[in-house]
Design a binder for this molecule. Structure first.
Ligand code: ATP
Length: 357
């Protein structure tokens, strides 16, 4: 069997589309992924991430566009001819087979010699830190260990490209963190190329070299983690990257990279994203962790506190402005419900997007 991905330089999605009936699940997605990159496909549920991954894997035929490995078109090829490793949410290990046999299954199917299978399974088990567990059945392992078997099974065939669809979603918070680091370590060790689907922005930020934010089947923005975190191009991308407070206002003035926006009696300064014109309507986008009660007599957005929750070091406050806009913020002290607060943020932490309210 020919493994087409063996020595590729780049994988290219060229106006890739997939319809289900009249529904465009993936619309004209174009993206170039370089060998060695760790790419996260990020977006809310239903935005087309899994469909995109399944198209790359060959589990689903495209209804438009193509997939290229360098100058070879691969979308007509069967999944096994593409030679990509896959780790999915339901990692579906064979319950009656030992860890060792589960990991070695793909090699056996490829007719690899027994002694070679032994050696490579041993190496893969060591890479995911499962030495000493290989005689066990999957049912005798924890969720995290089973997940690692699934990863070992995918990487043992040394795929040049690994596709992962929410592989950590069944794990508890602590295991997720451990496995996250493990996945990145394995990627680095193997020098592999990884495409990783997640709806968790923190996971994408911590793992990926580049993040592809999707919405309604389309790519909204592609960028490095720092870039997307502080410079989202669109309001919806900003919201998805944690700028959860959205406040409607009117642009009073624009000074270079900053704009002053009037919200009721308050004036808020923020960094301009996109096109913002004086007199025009605008949205402010602010992360809850960047919005704090102003010092006594200070200016800011006025709101009435609905509740506060203790989060260990600080309190998260939930409040509502007179026009009904909800604002979440961070405070050092608990504030009683019904109390009035004036909330302010560092102008560099506030984004201003043009557009109607
Ligand atoms: P999630 O994070 O919830 O898995 P996603 O971003 O991966 O979401 P997809 O699974 O790619 O989203 O689905 C994209 C859209 O296509 C959704 O609206 C979904 O309902 C639809 N869809 C996916 N698979 C099918 C199918 N086999 N038949 C019909 N519609 C489908």
């Amino acid at each position: 069997m020919t493994i087409h991905a063996a020595n590729f330089r780049e994988l290219r999605l060229d106006n890739l589309s997939r319809d289900f009936g009249t529904h465009n699940a993936v619309k004209d997605v174009s993206l170039t992924i370089k060998k060695g990159e760790f790419i996260a496909l990020l977006g809310p549920s239903g935005c087309g991430k899994s469909t995109t991954l399944n198209l790359i894997a060959g589990l689903l035929p495209a209804t438009g566009g193509g997939i290229w490995l360098d100058d070879r078109r691969i979308d007509p090829l069967r999944p096994e001819e593409r030679g990509f490793g896959m780790v999915f949410q339901n990692y579906a290990l064979f319950p009656h087979m030992s860890v060792k046999r589960n990991i070695g299954f793909g090699l056996k199917m490829r007719g690899v010699q027994k002694s070679e299978i032994e050696r490579r399974v041993g190496e893969a088990a060591a890479l995911v830190r499962l030495q000493g567990q290989t005689e066990k059945l999957p049912g005798q392992l924890s969720g995290g260990q089973q997940q690692r078997v699934a990863i070992a099974r995918a990487i043992v065939v040394e795929p040049p490209l690994v596709l992962m669809d929410e592989p950590l979603s069944n794990l508890d918070a602590k295991l997720r963190l451990e496995m996250r680091a493990e996945i990145r370590r394995i990627h680095n060790t193997l020098g592999a190329t990884t495409i990783y689907v997640t709806h968790d922005q923190e996971e994408a930020l911590s793992l990926a070299d580049r993040i592809v934010v999707m919405r309604d089947g389309q790519v909204r923005q592609v960028g490095g983690p720092e870039d997307l975190f502080s410079r989202p191009d669109h309001l919806d991308v900003a919201e998805f990257m944690g700028f959860r407070n959205k406040v409607a206002g009117r642009v009073a003035s624009v000074e270079g990279e900053h704009a002053t926006v009037t919200v009721g009696d308050a004036k808020v300064v923020g960094r301009v994203r996109g096109t913002v014109a004086p007199g025009g309507q605008a949205w402010l986008a602010i992360r809850p962790e960047d919005l704090h009660p102003a010092a006594a007599g200070g200016a800011g957005l006025k709101a009435s506190v609905v509740s506060t929750e203790f989060r260990g070091r600080e309190f998260v406050g939930f409040s509502r402005m007179a026009d009904g806009t909800d604002l979440s913020f961070l405070a050092h002290d608990r504030i009683a419900p019904g109390g009035e607060v004036t909330l302010a943020a560092d102008p560099d932490r506030v984004l201003v997007f043009g557009g109607a309210a």
